[in-house]
Design a protein. Structure first.
Length: 113
């Protein structure tokens, strides 16, 4: 469910050698998915491990989910790993409905912060 006043989408990348942590927050809709796709393609190109912290995502639609799955596949094809390490309730719900939590959620836990 969308809020009346959408939260601005933000993303930040922290790097530590070949490990990257991508922190996203706010509403991940069609428009913002394009921005995230561009950023993730750059990160996937040179990181061996990509951790996505999505615990502050307040909304995600199918376009946002598609970006995550495409980035996961791109990482996998080049021998890297992309895992979601923390999720909001909205993100967890979307992953569950799509039937992909096992692909994206970190094996170290349930994805919750």
């Amino acid at each position: 469910m969308r809020m009346e006043h959408p939260e601005e989408f933000t993303m930040a990348v922290r790097r530590d050698g070949r490990r990257a942590v991508v922190v996203i927050s706010g509403e991940l809709d069609l428009h913002e998915s394009e921005r995230l796709s561009e950023r993730l393609s750059t990160v996937v190109a040179d990181a061996a491990t990509i951790e996505l912290d999505a615990q502050r995502v307040t909304f995600i639609d199918s376009a946002g989910l598609r970006v995550l799955l495409v980035a996961w596949q791109a990482a996998r094809e080049r021998g890297a790993e992309l895992r979601v390490t923390a999720v909001s309730k909205q993100m967890a719900w979307m992953l569950e409905v799509a039937g992909v939590p096992d692909l994206l959620l970190s094996p170290d836990g349930d994805g919750q912060a």
